[in-house]
Ligand binder design. Structure first.
Ligand SMILES: C[S@@+](CC[C@H](N)C(=O)[O-])C[C@H]1O[C@@H](n2cnc3c(N)ncnc32)[C@H](O)[C@@H]1O
Length: 960
């Protein structure tokens, strides 16, 4: 038997700080690993880091020999929380001081585990105090979790079924450490005295070579196909009606993008030989003061496009191009409708063409928008690709596909010029290996650099590594160079192919210039990769490999944190074929096994795709069986000193009724986890939404995922009855909820977080028998857990003063609406107070036979509890929110100081009122109570500052 200690994640987490850091991270691009290569549904690094840390560090309550009292445990837990708050910040991603502190804590707990288990028969293998267990994520995807494990000092293993994901993980965790500290081999660096002999930290040398050979690849490609990407000379004719272009007269400008519009033969018989534009908009730039649009000029049965500056008088019309509703358009010349069905028919028979609508060049201070030029339109016909990506575009995708319009093959998603560019880069990639060999050998003979050619790292391995990043750069360029990329007229830039998890039909598209230095260029792609490389952790002997999670055997004795696919949300394999076809042509000689198949393997992908499995029922069955298998592998293999953490995306829209958790996807998943032999001991809602959206009631914005904390179920588990289960829940759950509240759990997260301790009781037993001897289902258990939470929160109401209890019940029934005085009287009498008294307390208003609660906006400004002769918790809570929203946190903290010990009751009431609002769907009101609790730690900090400066607090006396 292995002796285990409870880890922090099994008890408490500073969720608000983690969620805030995760939300902030969303807006970070520079150097963020997500910019290495696109992957769908990436987890924020902050969340991944905090979760792995907290699953490896002991909770102080499990170290009674060090922290015997509750106070000492709370203090120590707070110390760990403070460390996590630092650890999750993006700016600390490369802060070795902070990271080292975290690593030390992980080691400390590991040594405790080793000491606890020194008599274990396999102690030598399982509990070596000098070697931390390695980490494994069997659903690694974009690699956030393995990367963070690596950062925390663990040897990291990443596997995925999908070869594209495997390559991303190789680039992320496996390759950089192999060449850590090694200088670049390129001749530019070795001949530069400033670079010669400098210290190359981590993967800086590798990054420098990716930059150099990326540039070389670009230059070589330009020599071959640069003529397909002409610059634009600003002639007098061009400036004729465009005085803004005069400063550029006779200058050659580099093109950033060509804006094309798809065309179709007009369905109007009179113009049936004319291809008319399918423009979703004619607006090119919406930026205030810099507006630009396209004006179609119709002459007889012909038309041309002229680019104009300024706001058009018919803005709405111009804004909608020739588009009507949905995928319906109108003929530019005749106005006849063009139906979506007509477009589908024409598309299938090759009847869609394209016409140049505008050209966007790089000016001195931003974009220069120009009317299309004949030679720029014609040049594309010279582009003749000698290789075409094979394979079919998925016919069905949750977010939509362009297949119905005839774009059925991957090759159809690119213009001939884009195909030529991408294949040219791929071709040149093969020569990079030769060059690196030459350069490395020249370096070695110069003896100016470390010799790469040793037993572990051959020059071939190094050139393979550089090529892997360059192939990724080609993929990034492909993402910005397909005809699915549109022009974003609000930001003046090109959108990528996968703005969402779909391959939608586009009508007008932007073709970028891969030789420019702007978005969509190969240089830009390389630069993003280099920015990642220079900050990558680059340590450890890490591995990324292909494996089916249902059968893998790599988790043995490893720490596991993983993020499996969520039911049918994303068809990773279908989507990633877009990238796979390019990776395969570039890298098959380097990774012959990984890239052996023509397309990404799909059959074993654990996604409940009805179209793959012959209907919804079989798809659900496939998912449940496969996920149970995959979870089994984890329950059987993972290092038992640690819990396993599993992410599960949770769709708020699936909520039903009051239980808050009734959803097929959620229950199916919990079922799979439990069937696999896990017991669940924690559930943490992790959000990535921004703070102002952190609210659930009536909205879809609650959790982006739930982290389940699991331990292997003990074999001696007993069978109990429903009654036994409910009574254990009633005893144990309130303690766990109190603990969550002590950790300042946001009200919005309380219900989800209570599932963990509740399910831990449920999964403690091998079976729970209902009255009819049937086994209790997960759904029933979730409902019972929720009922106990409800009871707990309502019972706490009993501790409030009578006026507050009156107000809470009134609020639940009427919110701020008025109702009959008589009704209020009955309610007040039951609480042994009078309506008049509650009016005097400043809680309600009674007028003309009606009673209603005072809204926060009606409460007096500058309220001072010391002068209030009938103080209530209700007022305290409402005034705190009022102060906080109207005057900020310092003012609210002033009030908190004056409320003294009653402040905590105000916070309790906020939880209770939030729960009422959530149930009723009062999103706006719920936000207020959630916001107060979230701000609480900050208010307390400000309050303690005040106290130390000598401000008095007030003790409230209640009349009942
Ligand atoms: C939610 S994603 C992981 C995302 C990742 N945590 C990140 O931050 O980027 C789920 C992954 O599971 C992979 N997957 C699906 N079926 C699988 C299977 N049978 N075995 C291994 N991986 C599988 C998908 O390819 C996908 O990359």
């Amino acid at each position: 038997m292995i002796k285990t200690r409870k880890k922090l994640i099994e008890v408490a987490l500073p969720l608000v700080a983690i969620n805030e850091a995760s939300a902030k991270e969303k807006s970070i691009r520079h150097g963020h690993p997500s910019t290495l290569h696109l992957w769908w549904a990436r987890r924020p690094l902050a969340t991944a880091r905090a979760v792995i840390f907290s699953q490896m560090v002991d909770d102080p309550s499990s170290l009674p020999e060090q922290f015997p009292t509750k106070e000492e445990q709370d203090k120590e837990r707070q110390r760990l929380f403070d460390l996590i708050e630092d650890l999750v910040k993006w700016e600390n991603t490369t802060n070795e001081v902070v990271l080292e502190k975290a690593r030390k804590e992980i080691w400390k707990s590991w040594r405790v585990a080793c000491d606890d288990n020194r008599d274990h028969p396999q102690a030598e293998e399982l509990f070596n105090p000098e070697k931390l267990p390695a980490f494994h994520d069997p659903f690694a995807g974009g690699g956030a979790l393995p990367l963070e494990a690596q950062r925390l000092g663990l040897e990291s293993y990443a596997s995925d079924l999908n070869p594209v994901a495997v390559l991303i993980n190789k680039a992320m965790i496996e390759i950089p450490p192999k060449f850590a500290g090694q200088p670049p081999v390129n001749p530019e660096a070795s001949s530069n005295p400033d670079l010669y002999g400098r210290k190359w930290k981590g993967a800086e040398g590798l990054a420098e070579d990716v930059r150099y050979y990326g540039n070389w690849m670009r230059d070589e490609a330009e020599k071959r196909i640069g003529h397909l990407y002409p610059k634009i000379r600003i002639t007098e004719e061009i400036t004729r009606n465009r005085s803004d272009l005069l400063p550029y007269l006779n200058r050659e400008l580099e093109i950033i993008a060509w804006i094309w519009v798809r065309t179709v033969k007009s369905p109007n018989p009179v113009y049936c030989n004319q291809y008319v534009p399918l423009a979703s908009t004619f607006i090119l730039s919406n930026k205030k003061g810099k507006e630009v649009y396209v004006k179609p000029v119709i002459e007889g049965d012909r038309y041309s496009f002229v680019v104009k500056k300024g706001v058009p008088h018919n803005l709405e019309e111009v804004g909608s191009g020739t588009k009507l509703l949905g995928a319906n358009f109108k003929c530019l010349i005749s106005g006849s409708p063009i139906s979506a069905d007509y477009l589908k028919e024409e598309g299938k028979t090759g009847g869609l063409n394209a016409r140049l609508m505008a050209v966007i060049a790089k000016g001195d201070k931003g974009r220069v928008y120009l009317s299309p030029l004949h030679n720029h339109e014609m040049v594309i016909h010279k582009a003749k690709p000698d290789w075409l990506p094979e394979g079919d575009v998925p016919k069905r995708l949750t977010g939509g596909t362009c297949v119905p319009y005839g774009l059925t093959k991957w090759e159809n998603l690119f213009s001939s010029r884009q195909l030529v560019a991408l294949t040219t880069f791929s071709d040149i990639l093969r020569q990079v290996e030769e060059r690196i060999h030459k350069d490395a050998v020249a370096n070695n003979s110069n003896d100016s650099h470390n010799i790469i050619d040793n037993e572990t790292n051959s020059v071939t391995e190094y050139s393979n590594a550089v090529n892997t990043y360059l192939a990724i750069a080609i993929n990034k360029t492909a993402d910005r160079n397909s005809t699915i990329c549109t022009w974003d007229n609000t930001r003046d830039s090109i959108r990528n192919t996968f703005g969402r998890q779909a391959i939608p039909m586009t009508w007008d598209y932007a073709e970028s210039n891969p030789f420019s230095g702007s978005t969509g260029s190969i240089i830009n792609a390389c630069a993003q990769i280099c920015r990642f490389l220079v900050t990558s952790p680059s340590q450890g002997d890490n591995r990324a490999f292909q494996a089916d999670a249902q059968t893998q055997s790599k988790s043995r004795n490893k720490v596991v944190s993983t993020d499996p696919p969520y039911y049918d949300n994303i068809g990773y394999a279908d989507l990633s074929d877009f990238f796979y076809v390019w990776l395969r042509v570039s890298l098959k000689p380097i990774y012959p096994e990984l890239l052996a198949t023509l397309a990404v393997p799909k059959n074993e992908e654990l996604v409940a795709a009805a179209y793959r499995h012959g209907g919804k029922g079989p798809a659900e069955e496939f998912f449940l069986d496969g996920m149970t298998q995959a979870m089994h592998r984890l329950a059987d293999q993972a290092q038992m000193a640690y819990p396993v953490t599993i992410y599960y995306a949770f769709k708020q829209s699936e909520r039903k009724g009051n239980s808050g958790t009734a959803s097929t996807g959620w229950e199916t998943f919990l079922e799979a986890v439990i069937q696999a032999g896990f017991s669940i001991c924690g559930t943490w809602p992790m959000r990535t939404e921004l703070k102002n959206r952190m609210i659930s009631a009536g909205t879809n914005a609650l959790a982006s995922s739930i982290v389940l904390v699991c331990r292997k179920q003990k074999l001696d588990s007993q069978t109990v009855t429903r009654r036994d289960f409910v009574s254990t829940l009633k005893i144990e759950l309130p303690k766990a909820i109190t603990q969550l509240q002590v950790g300042n759990i946001a009200p919005v997260d309380l219900a989800q977080s209570s599932i963990g301790p509740g399910m831990s009781i449920f999964t403690r037993y091998s079976k729970i028998l209902e009255a009819d001897d049937s086994t209790m289902t997960v759904r029933t258990a979730l409902q019972l857990i929720n009922e106990v939470l409800d009871d707990y929160l309502s019972e706490r109401e009993g501790a409030f003063d009578s006026d507050t209890r009156f107000a809470t019940t009134w609020f639940e029934n009427h919110k701020y609406e008025s109702d009959a005085y008589g009704e209020a009287e009955v309610l007040a009498n039951a609480r042994n107070v009078s309506v008049q008294g509650i009016v005097e307390a400043g809680v309600i208003q009674a007028m003309a036979g009606k009673v209603r609660l005072l809204k926060r906006s009606e409460l007096p400004d500058g309220w001072d509890p010391a002068k209030d002769t009938r103080l209530t918790v209700w007022e305290a809570t409402q005034h705190l929110i009022k102060r906080q929203t109207e005057h900020g946190e310092t003012a609210a903290a002033d009030l908190l100081t004056r409320l003294g010990s009653t402040a905590n009751q105000a916070r309790d009431l906020a939880y209770r009122l939030y729960q009422i609002c959530e149930r009723k769907g009062w999103a706006e009101e719920a936000r207020a109570y959630n916001g107060l609790v979230i701000a609480w730690p900050e208010l307390e900090k400000l309050t303690s500052k005040r106290k130390s400066s000598g401000e008095d607090e007030l003790t409230l006396e209640f009349d009942s």
